[in-house]
Each structure stands twice: as C-alpha cells, then as structure tokens.
Design a binder for this molecule. Structure first.
Ligand code: ATP
Ligand code: MG
Ligand code: MG
Length: 351
C-alpha cells in the first residue's frame, strides 16, 4: 500500500499510524524521539532531528505523501519537504496555526469572531494593549504554547507587568478574558476534492488548563452546536486544508461563539470518535491525506471521553479494562509524569 509520512511521534501520530495500518497503508514516522508513542507502532521509522536536511530528503523520497501530528513541527521542515513530496496539510496552514497572531487574523478573515486582542512586543505595546483590551485578560506567547504553558491570566496592571517580565522576550499577545459558559470544539475533515465532513460539536472540560473530559452531545443549545460545526467548516475551507482540523471555541452567555485556537490535525477533543463513530477522526485524516473519500461522521451513541493523566491515570486504567461500556486507550509512554497524557477512555452511553 501507499506510504504515508507522519512528522511527529506522539500519541496523535500513533493513533494516525494505527488508522493507516488498518486501511492497508504503511506509516513512516519521522521525529527525534526513538521510542515515542508513534515510533512504537510505525511500519517504518526515521529517528532524526527536524532540521536534519539529509534525513528529510530520504524521508521525502521514501513516502507518497506527508502529514504532521502536531503544529509545532518547524515551518522550515515542511518547507524543505514541500518541493519534493505532497504535504497535507501544507506549509500555509501550518504557519498560520503556529502563530497566535496569524491565527487570529486568519480566523477574522474567515468570518470566525475571536476575543479582543493586541500584539505585545515591548513595555509600551503592553500598556497600549491593556488600554485596548481591558482587564481581566490573558497574556500568551504567540508560539509553542500548549496545555496552558506560556500564558498567564491577568487581573491587575501589576500582574500584567510581572507576567510580561516572565514571558518576554517571546512575542506575546494579550487577549480579553472571556467569561464563557462552555468550551466547545468541532472537527472538520476535508478531502483532496474539497468535500468537507464535520463531526458533532464536543463540550470540553479542562483541569489546570489540560483537557480533562469531552462530552458528546455537548450540553449546549442545538443552535450553538450547529454554529460550531459551521465555523470549523469555514476554517477548513479558508485554510484550503487536506486532512482534519479542530477549532476550539468559547460559548458566551448570549449564545455567540468565539474562536480560540486551531489545531490543523487530529485533536484530543475528537478521541471520542474512535469508539462512537464508524470512521474516527484519525481514519478521516488518513483517508483525506491518502486521497480516499471521507467516511460517515454519524455518532452511534452518546459518549464521554476522559483523559488518563499522570500520575493518577496510571491507577485509573486497570479497573476500566473489565467494563463493557468502556474502551480504554493507552499510549505506551515511559513515565507517568504529572500532567502527562498517558491514555484516554471512552465511556459509551446508551442513546
Ligand atoms: P492547548 O493545549 O489546547 O493547545 P494552549 O496552551 O494552546 O492549549 P489555549 O487553548 O489558548 O492554550 O488556552 C488554554 C485554556 O485556557 C483554554 O482552553 C481556556 O480554558 C483558558 N483560556 C485561554 N484563553 C482564554 C481567554 N481569552 N479567556 C478565558 N479563558 C481562556
Ligand atoms: Mg494550543
Ligand atoms: Mg487550546
């Protein structure tokens, strides 16, 4: 079968590689971690740095198409690959989603409203941003943040100054703090011929800025859930993306939705699709990347996904194994460090 190159060897790459194998493809995983969750299940491995030009050339020549499992693969890596092999998604989508400022500009241009925001590059622009955005606010690094790292909630001007001192010299963005009633997300798959299929909207609960639980159907007004699906479809089309893309959103008390961030790849809040749909987000992604038609997005039952996070996740896992209503997934990570995503469980509920 065709050879699908995957940049990155985390759990998203692992589950993508497993979906690829089931469809008869070989996953060739490229990344620096020799024993990452994705490397463990790869049909072919390239253990190399993302800046290793020679290894990238060999990888490009050994695969039919390239995708990535996280958006912090260096843009230069994808740029080096793009001339030699088809990359899905491509450099433009990756670049937009690596940078919160580019991402917000894109969302606005695609008709997805976002929180008030201002770029912060120095003390003067911090003061100007505080004036424009108001308090409370959230100061975030524009790049490389995840699970709430590289951000600070700010309630006073003094907190703003100390957060700035801590987060600078990285480029920053100040966002208005949104008093959301719910966090929701939606995932769209877009195939090579431009067909878009959107999974049902998901309600997400975070603990310590890390996704704890996703609930489907989301306990929100049906109009909001439908609007969420429409917004992510706009994102998929505006990015001209082939693959899957997730849009994280805030639901306001008045029913409006604001876009928070985009993940141009399978997303943790879509893990419920593995056991509650006939075609998971990972299979949709591989289908799109490989040029196959997309699959159905219908949901077969209500479902709750819970992340198994270190260290407690280690003890939570064995008791789940005997339950007929639970499908548990484990990522094969070495250490159960605090805050580390070790696996997840899908609780299948009757309709
Ligand atoms: P991820 O792991 O999802 O990539 P991240 O570190 O990139 O996370 P965000 O998604 O921007 O960061 O923020 C993490 C969480 O912090 C959000 O899910 C939300 O709960 C809270 N948060 C972020 N921005 C705001 C905001 N402007 N107003 C209110 N809460 C916010
Ligand atoms: Mg993020
Ligand atoms: Mg987020």
């Amino acid at each position: 079968g065709a050879r699908i190159g995957i940049l990155g060897s985390g759990q998203l790459g692992r589950m993508s590689a497993m979906a690829a194998a089931r469809l008869g493809y070989r996953a060739h995983v490229f990344g620096p971690e020799a024993d990452g969750p994705g490397m463990q299940v790869a049909a072919i491995r390239s253990v190399a740095d993302y800046g290793d030009a020679e290894a990238l050339r060999r990888f490009a020549d050994a695969v039919d198409v390239v995708t990535f499992e996280f958006e912090n693969v260096p843009a230069a890596t994808l740029a080096a690959l793009e001339g030699r092999v088809e990359c899905r998604p491509g450099l433009r989508a990756l670049s937009i989603c690596q940078d919160r400022v580019a991402e917000k500009r894109f969302l606005e241009s695609a008709g997805v409203p976002v929180a008030p925001w201002q770029e912060v590059t120095d003390r003067a622009s911090l003061e100007a941003a505080l004036e424009a955005v108001g308090l409370p606010a959230v100061l975030k690094t524009t790049r490389l943040g995840y699970d709430g790292r590289g951000q600070a909630v700010i309630r006073t001007v003094e907190e703003a100054r100390s957060a700035f001192a801590r987060l600078a010299p990285h480029p920053l963005v100040l966002e208005g703090f949104i008093p959301f009633t719910h966090e929701i997300s939606a995932i769209a798959a877009r195939s090579a011929d431009g067909t878009v299929a959107v999974f049902e909207a998901t309600e997400n609960e975070h603990r310590h800025h890390i996704l704890h639980r996703s609930v489907v159907p989301a306990r929100v007004a049906p109009e909001a859930a439908e609007q969420a699906r429409q917004l992510v479809a706009r994102v998929a089309e505006g990015l001209d993306l082939i693959g899957v893309v997730a849009l994280e959103m805030f639901l306001l008390p008045d029913g409006r939705l604001l876009g928070n961030e985009i993940a141009p790849r399978p997303h943790n809040s879509g893990h419920w699709t593995m056991d509650a749909c006939t075609c998971s987000q990972f299979e949709q992604h591989i289908r799109a990347v490989a040029g196959l038609p997309l699959g159905p997005v219908a949901r077969r039952c209500d479902v709750v996904m819970e992340n198994l996070i270190g260290p407690e996740g280690l003890a939570a896992w064995p008791p789940l194994l005997g339950r007929p209503d639970v499908v548990a997934h484990w990522y094969g990570k070495g250490e159960a460090r605090p805050g580390r995503k070790l696996g997840h469980a899908n609780f299948l509920l009757s309709q």
